[in-house]
Design a protein around this ligand. Structure first.
Ligand code: NAP
Ligand code: ZN
Length: 366
C-alpha cells in the first residue's frame, strides 16, 4: 500500500480570504490563471485579487484558458508570466485552468523550454502552484495530473510531469453559480474518479478508504443533480466528494471509462465528465464482481447497478456516436495496452464493443 498527498488543503467557507497568508509563502509575484468568464461572475477571482491586494502582492492575470486547454495556450500564458517576472501560479476555476496552471508553472521555471517539454521524460522543476477550484468534478486541486489538448496528436493527454499544487483553497460557495448542465457534467466526473479508482489494479486499503467515503458523500447529494437547485449542504457534499475523488485518483489513476472518454471529447465535443461517466456502469458490469458492485452501489445509495444505470442515463441524456467511429476507437484502444493496464480484468475488442453498445446510441453514417 502507499499514500502520498503533499498538497496542503484548506476546505471551508471563505477559504481563500481566511487562508490568504498561504499565498505569501509561495512567492512574491503570482500569475493568476483562469478562464474567460466564470471566475469573474462567481466571486473566486475577486476573492483572490482582494487577498493579494491585502497582502501587498503584485500580481498579473491570464484569463484566456479554454475548456480542455491546449499546449499552445499554456505556452502563451507562460510567455506572459516570464515577461512580467511572475514566480508562482494561482489557478482559479474548473479543471481546465487548474491543469493549465501546473503546465504553466513548469514552463516558467524552465524558460528555455517550450510545450514539447510537457511530454518528455526529462525531470524538470516548476514554480509553486496554488489551486482554487470552482467546479466539483476534477479534483485537480489535489492531483498531480494536467491533461492538455495536443492538436498535433488529435487527442488529450496528461503531461509526463507529476505536479501537485502546493496549496488548495476549497470553497463550495462558488458552485452556486454553475448551471445544471455544468453541475451534472462535473459531478459525474468526480463519480467516475471514485468508481474507476475503486475498480482499478492499484486499488488498496488506503485509497479504498478515500473512494468509499467519497461515494457516500456523492450518494447523499446525487438527487440534487436530477432535481436541480441544490441546497448549500448539497454543494458542500459535492465539493468534498470531488476533492476526495481527486485524492483517490492521485493514487490509482483513472481507468477505462476515462481512456474511452478522450475520443468523445476531442472528436465529438462531449464534455469531459459526461464522456467518461457514460461508460461507467458498463465498466462496472464487465468486472463481473458482484460483491464489489453491491458495495459500490450501496455506498452510492442505489439499490443495484440497474438503478444506478437508469439514474445516469436520465441525467446524462443520450450520447450518439457513428458506427464507423466506434470501430476505429475499438481497434485503437484494444491495441493500446498502456491505456488498458489499470483495468483489473481482461479487456478485449469484444469487451470494448459491448461497452459501446450498452452505453451510447450508435448510428450508421449516411
Ligand atoms: P472546465 O473546463 O474547467 O470548465 C467548464 C465550464 O464551466 C467553463 O465554461 C467554465 O467557465 C465554467 N465554470 C467553471 N466554474 C464555474 C462556476 N463556479 N460557475 C459557473 N461556471 C463555471 O471544467 P471541468 O470539468 O472542471 O474541467 C475539465 C478539465 O479538467 C478537462 O480538461 C479534463 O481533462 C481535466 N481533468 C483533470 C483532472 C486532473 O486530475 N487534473 C481530472 C479530471 C479532469 P470559464 O471558461 O469562463 O471559466
Ligand atoms: Zn476526470
Amino acid at each position: 500500500m502507499n499514500f502520498y498527498m503533499p498538497t496542503k488543503v484548506f476546505a471551508e467557507t471563505n477559504s481563500v480570504k481566511k487562508n490568504k497568508h498561504e499565498f505569501a509563502k509561495l512567492g512574491i509575484c503570482p500569475l493568476i490563471v483562469t478562464g474567460r468568464h466564470s471566475s469573474k461572475v462567481n466571486g473566486s477571482l475577486k476573492d483572490v485579487e482582494d487577498s493579494l491586494t491585502e497582502l501587498n502582492m503584485k500580481y498579473y492575470i491570464f484569463d484566456e484558458i479554454e475548456e480542455n486547454p491546449s499546449v499552445e495556450t499554456c505556452e502563451k500564458a507562460a510567455a506572459y508570466a516570464l515577461e512580467k517576472g511572475c514566480d508562482m501560479v494561482i489557478g482559479v476555476g474548473g479543471g481546465s485552468p487548474l491543469d493549465a496552471s501546473k503546465a504553466i508553472a513548469l514552463l516558467i521555471k524552465n524558460p528555455e523550454k517550450d510545450g514539447t517539454a510537457f511530454y518528455e521524460a526529462e525531470e524538470l522543476p516548476w514554480v509553486p502552484v496554488a489551486a482554487v477550484p470552482t467546479t466539483a468534478g476534477t479534483g485537480s486541486e489535489v492531483t498531480p495530473y494536467a491533461i492538455l489538448t495536443v492538436h498535433k496528436w488529435k487527442t488529450k493527454k496528461s503531461i509526463s510531469h507529476r505536479i501537485f499544487p502546493d496549496i488548495a483553497l476549497v470553497d463550495a460557495k462558488y458552485l452556486a453559480y454553475t448551471d445544471q448542465r455544468i453541475l451534472i457534467s462535473t459531478a459525474v466526473d468526480a463519480l467516475a474518479h471514485l468508481v474507476e479508482g475503486r475498480i482499478n489494479v492499484k486499488s488498496d486499503r488506503y485509497n479504498q478508504m478515500l473512494s468509499e467515503y467519497g461515494m457516500e458523500l456523492w450518494g447523499k447529494a446525487k438527487e440534487a443533480l436530477r432535481r436541480g437547485q441544490p441546497a448549500e449542504e448539497e454543494y458542500e457534499l459535492l465539493m468534498e466528494a470531488s476533492t476526495i475523488a481527486g485524492m483517490t485518483i492521485s493514487h490509482t489513476g483513472t481507468s477505462l471509462p476515462h481512456g474511452m472518454s478522450y475520443y468523445l471529447t476531442y472528436e465529438q465535443g462531449i464534455s469531459h465528465g459526461r464522456a467518461a461517466a457514460v461508460f461507467l456502469t458498463a465498466y462496472m458490469r464487465e468486472s463481473k464482481n458482484e460483491k464489489l458492485l453491491g458495495q459500490i452501489t450501496s455506498k452510492l445509495g442505489f439499490r443495484d447497478l440497474q438503478e444506478m444505470s437508469a439514474f445516469l442515463k436520465e441525467i446524462l441524456g443520450e450520447v450518439r456516436v457513428a458506427k464507423a467511429d466506434i470501430e476505429r476507437y475499438v481497434s485503437e484502444l484494444s491495441a493500446d495496452q498502456k491505456r488498458l493496464a489499470s483495468t483489473p480484468y481482461p479487456v478485449t475488442a469484444e469487451t470494448l464493443r459491448r461497452m459501446y453498445e450498452t452505453s451510447v446510441s450508435i448510428y450508421e453514417q449516411a
